[in-house]
Design a protein around this ligand. Sequence first.
Ligand SMILES: [Zn+2]
Length: 403
Amino acid sequence: MLVTTAKATHAQTRRHNNRLVLQTVYDQSPLSRADIARATDLTATTVSTVVGELLEEGLVQELGAVSTERGKPPTLISLNKDARHILALDLSRKVFQGSILNLRGEILHRQYSPLQNKNGKDALAVVHKLLRDLCQATTTPLLGIGIGAPGIIDPNNSVIRQAANLGWYNLELGELLTQEYGHNVQVVNDTQAILLAENLFGTYKNSSDMVVIRIGNGIGAAIMCNGQLLHGNGSGVGEIGHVVVVDGGERCTCGNDGCLETIASSRAVIQQAKALAALHPGSALNQLTQDGDPITIETVVEAFRLGDPVVEPLVTRLGYHLGNSIAHLVSVVGTPRILLCGGLTELGKPLFDTIRFETRRRCLTARLTEPEIGIVTLTTNLSDLVVMGAAATLLTNELGLFW
Ligand SMILES: [Zn+2]
């Protein structure tokens, strides 16, 4: 028993040292072995052993020596960012995106496959096609496959508990794809993936408390508290889109009436805009669609930029309800930073001013310490953000980075 414990402790220490050195190289490279020892408080011997192992695995590389005034010049170590590649998919939009990324989360290749309203097994076939194409497009050894999917996900078991639009319920996607492709697979909720991408590669790198709210056809929040992503108990977390904000309001896709999604989702805003355009034939909103083009979020944003008075109350109402929901969120998790993403954020400062005003007005926590409410920083291409975040889960689970 004692021997087993000693072995376990030794293995844990090795694993810990390995992660520590790799994370240090990841964050600070290029640096010498002596620099690594200083940064990690590990002995020179331990650092030398671990670096040797990482060199053998190909994860780090020697860049050659730097000249110094005295003594033997130290050799610099850096991350070999192309030692492994990661396949990552975004399944949260009508056109699935598949990408190949390196260990820095840089996207090297993109491929697209339209879902064409498929669901169930047919939607799964689209996933397989994308993965087969991606496998053919890379010759670099793979670290694994990361999937950003909509709905309620059990990230520990990579099971999709519920993705209603795709017709997937209790789908063991991780196990299924691992068996098919022979790689480790991580499945993460799409909004949580966006948060991870922002948190690991964006302006707010290593921020321990933040919320990302995705406003698309649905509205969901990903929440990070004290450096931990909240997963709830498997029944979903951050589902702010399905909290009733208008009693007796419109019927929601979830079966309830008056959820936030019935007012502030892209789908709801487009419906409201259609009704307004029909009522006001002289409005910019209506004029912009004279050629028979359907009203889109871009049309609404354009009409608002042109100062269409018909659109203004719609934007104010949107900000009012989003601010109301964010106030509740801030009251519960007290986060200092809320980042929004989705096409509606293009409505810009007037929308955000209303959101900030309503959040402050309704929430003591926000009045004491005003949260920063802004837009995701890395890119406005949400599919890119989702694949970057999905890839990040592989970096954590397979290499022990960002743990
Ligand atoms: Zn609902």
